[in-house]
Design a protein around this ligand. Structure first.
Ligand code: SF4
Ligand code: SF4
Length: 201
């Protein structure tokens, strides 16, 4: 029974002397290779060279610190609820006296994990966050050999105090306007004074 009309008749004819030397085949191959020498390279020498990222590229997340270096995340869980891939898990803890410089809010994320194998980089966690704490960046997720190494904890997510990650490109005009709204306590920078007044952030 003939299933398709794509079948080809294979030629079993005897090879000529030239063909037995493989010379025509080698020359044809060299011509094809040579023609590519004068064409624009399609590849880059990564990681020394990188391609420019599109402005809308979404990669490795960052958990931001505020201007004083305190973690902004208050472990409210909204990002985890918004995440369609259920990639985010966290455990909250209450801030202790003397930890005000470490955590901006009275509650903070004791653990915070994102499973990069589940993440689809949709950015919904970023949109859901009321504290401007999580952003996606243009950094590529590391390559790993073990699946568990793709579960990023706070050590890989929270930005370093002395090595801040610029997320201004991700802050839309609407977000910038929202941050300027007076009266929104969570937009205020922490200071010892307003903490003692018992302000709700
Ligand atoms: S980018 Fe999307 S899939 Fe990834 S953690 Fe955030 S909400 Fe979940
Ligand atoms: S990153 Fe934002 S949304 Fe997620 S738990 Fe922290 S404060 Fe809440």
């Amino acid at each position: 029974m003939k299933l398709t009309n794509r079948s080809k008749v294979v030629s079993n004819k005897e090879q000529t002397g030239m063909e037995k030397l493989y010379l025509p085949g080698i020359l044809k191959g060299m011509l094809i290779t040579g023609s590519h020498l004068f064409k624009r390279r399609a590849t880059v020498k990564y990681p020394e060279e990188t391609r420019p990222m599109a402005g809308v590229y979404r990669g490795w997340h960052v958990l931001k610190r505020d201007e004083n270096g305190a973690e902004r995340c208050t472990a409210c869980g909204l990002c985890a609820v918004a995440c369609p891939a259920e990639a985010i898990t966290m455990e909250s803890a209450e801030r202790k006296k003397g930890e005000e410089n470490l955590y901006r809010e009275e509650k903070y994320a004791k653990t915070y994990e994102i499973n990069m194998l589940r993440c689809i980089f949709c950015g919904l966690c970023e949109e859901a966050c009321p504290k401007e704490a999580i952003f996606l960046t243009d950094r590529l997720v590391d390559t790993e050999y073990e699946r568990e190494d793709f579960v990023y904890g706070k050590s890989k997510l929270v930005e370093k105090v002395d090595k801040r990650i610029d997320v201004t490109k991700r802050q839309t005009l609407e977000v910038a306007a929202f941050k300027k709204l007076p009266g929104l306590k969570h937009n205020e920078v922490w200071s010892g004074k307003n903490l003692n007044k018992g302000n709700k952030h």
